[in-house]
Design a protein around this ligand. Structure first.
Ligand code: ATP
Ligand code: MG
Length: 563
């Protein structure tokens, strides 16, 4: 493609408010433009990247027997009412009315439509198993669209759905998807981890997420350095370090001016792991006390699974319910419901006495108060693995894909059933599997860039070769470049030909920003000595080739870079 005939609006300046590297680079390299909050236009180079990713996804999905379909974006409300998600999903769903005042919504996922279709088209056990997939637009009114195309309100997802006779069938479909996903992400050049995840609103047993390590990610995972344990921190478990418990009896101790865990520990000269951190929270059913070990942090999502939505209590609520300021509250003698983290099951601790300026020493959970036990703490770096002697490492990641076992959660309400060999009716057992196409592109940019710009993995690069004549005003240079462009195209090498009459410095900067795997430079040496330069973007390695061999040399370098 000729640059002068293309829309490649590169920018020197970073977009205002962009934080993620991928956001900055994808805008600067002219891949995307923001139309409104969380709504993007994909420009020609960006489109080529999306098409490459989609092609890889299609190949791998077809390989496991997936059949491509296209489902509508516009859905009648009845489908979502039938499964109950019309009410359980809140403001994330775009809802509207048609001219006949019928309620509709824009599809944020397609389990309902798939189950509707299966209910009509699948009749007997002979029709199963099936895998149906689409690469289609999803709409979600995300609370915080940000980070460029990593989280948008309109985005393209590959979503697939497996239909099986039974759990054993689902297990096979699930494993096939897991393999296909590993192939897809590996072919896209991503470093990734497969981790256990919380099935959330999808329901069903433990699910898996495919996580690409990056600072720009919104998720964190815990990885064991010894065994294969890896999980989203939303459900990761660990064994916290065990402190040395002194032989304390229950007594009140004065702690004047000490309110935070740190201050109390300094005053009493003790390890924070010997204290109880008490948090008064308010749920829709009233206040409750959540307890953690002093050296641990609350994981709000884990707590939410136990209690529903909560908010921290205000100062006056703390005084009313516990009779002391936030620095001196504790669980002993309290009439409120108490949820204690599992790490407090054993030992004696220092906790607030519900009396300003005082703490209790020697508090025994389960002895001096009766809590409900739950895992509500955040796993932290260096915790011991719950399954072996290894230690856990926390990594920030981008979720690029996930897989869920849905079971019969959607087929039952949608009456998606089949008849078995004996003519008995059974609900179809379903699975659901998603991948974000633009999110893969952004994750690839996050993982592959340098100070100058993007360094595309060859499989995703919008073009393979950047043909760069240094001076288009020099007639000989221009002629050589034109001839090379023709040859490169004949050889089937995807070439971006920078035929602009621009300063060399501008062209080189743009080439680095765009990050195509190989650059072919036609400079003065080409004119004088018949030599062109080939530069590998990733390593900066430079090679020379005579004009007559330039194209074949480029071809062999590219095949090395692709494999
Ligand atoms: P997240 O936790 O990031 O919101 P999700 O759990 O809602 O993702 P799914 O609904 O299962 O994700 O969607 C499948 C895939 O679609 C995700 O793994 C991700 O790659 C992509 N995806 C989800 N939401 C967005 C979004 N708002 N913008 C871009 N891609 C998205
Ligand atoms: Mg989401």
């Amino acid at each position: 493609m000729r640059w002068t005939r293309s829309l490649i609006p590169t920018l020197k300046e970073e977009p205002a408010e962009a934080e993620a590297v991928s956001h900055k680079l994808m805008v600067r390299a002219g891949l995307v433009r923001q139309l409104a909050a969380g709504i993007y236009i994909t420009l020609p180079l960006g489109q080529r990247v999306m098409d490459k990713i989609s092609a890889i996804i299609r190949e791998e999905m077809n390989r496991i027997g997936g059949q491509e379909i296209t489902m509508p974006v516009l859905h009648p409300a009845e489908l979502w009412q039938q499964t109950g998600r019309w009410t359980t999903i809140g403001e994330e769903m775009f809802r509207l009315h048609d001219r006949g005042k019928r309620q509709m919504c824009l599809g944020m996922t397609h389990e309902e439509v798939i189950a509707w279709l299966a209910a009509r088209e699948i009749h007997s056990y002979r029709d199963l198993p099936q895998i149906w997939y689409q690469i289609q637009t999803k709409l979600r009114d995300e609370a915080r669209p940000k980070s460029g195309v990593l989280r948008t309100r309109e985005f393209v997802m590959k979503d697939s759905y497996s239909l099986d006779r039974d759990e054993a069938g689902l297990e096979q479909s699930y494993e096939r998807h897991k393999e296909a996903y590993c192939n897809i992400f590996a072919r896209c050049g991503l470093t990734f981890h497969v981790v256990e995840s919380d099935p959330g609103m999808m329901g069903g047993a433990v699910a898996h997420e495919f996580m690409a390590p990056s600072e720009a990610g919104e998720d964190e995972i815990a990885l064991c350095d010894r065994c294969s344990y890896s999980a989203n921190v939303e459900l990761a478990v660990s064994r916290p370090r065990r402190p040395v418990f002194p032989n304390w009896g229950l007594e009140e101790v004065a702690t004047p001016g000490a309110g935070t865990i740190e201050e109390v520990c300094r005053f009493l000269q003790i390890d924070p792991a010997l204290t109880i951190k008490s948090l008064l929270l308010v749920t829709k059913n009233g206040p409750l006390l959540a307890l953690l070990r002093g050296d641990q942090q609350l994981h709000e999502k884990k707590l939410m699974k136990v209690t529903g939505e909560t908010r921290p209590a205000h100062r006056d609520e703390i005084l009313t319910h516990l009779g002391a300021g936030p620095g001196s509250i504790g669980p002993v003698g309290v009439a409120l419901p108490i949820i204690a983290d599992e790490s407090l099951r054993e030992g004696r601790y220092v906790a607030g006495a519900n009396k300003d300026g005082f703490h209790l020493r020697g508090v025994g959970p389960g002895i001096h108060f009766q809590p409900r036990w739950a895992d509500i703490r955040q796993v932290s770096n260096g915790d011991q693995c719950a399954h072996c002697e290894g230690s856990l490492r926390i990594e920030r990641v981008i979720e690029v894909g996930n897989i869920f076992r849905l079971g019969i959660k959607y087929s039952v309400p949608m009456k998606a059933v089949y008849l078995n060999e004996a003519g008995e009716e059974y609900p179809i057992v379903m699975g659901s599997y998603g991948i974000g196409v633009a999110r893969i592109a952004a994750a690839a940019v996050e993982q592959h860039h340098d100070d100058q710009g993007i360094v595309w993995p060859a499989a995703l690069a919008p073009f393979q070769l950047h043909l760069l004549p240094v001076n288009m005003r020099d007639q000989k240079t221009a002629e050589l470049a034109e001839a090379l462009y023709v040859q490169l195209q004949q050889e089937g090498i995807e070439t971006l030909y920078d035929d602009r009459d621009e300063r060399a410095g501008v062209k080189f900067k743009d080439a680095d920003l765009l990050g195509l795997p190989l650059r072919m430079t036609v400079g003065t040496r080409a004119v004088r000595e018949g030599m062109v330069d080939l530069t590998i973007r990733k390593t900066g390695e430079e090679l020379q080739a005579p004009l007559s061999e330039a194209v074949s040399k480029a071809k062999s370098l590219l095949s090395r870079l692709t494999n």
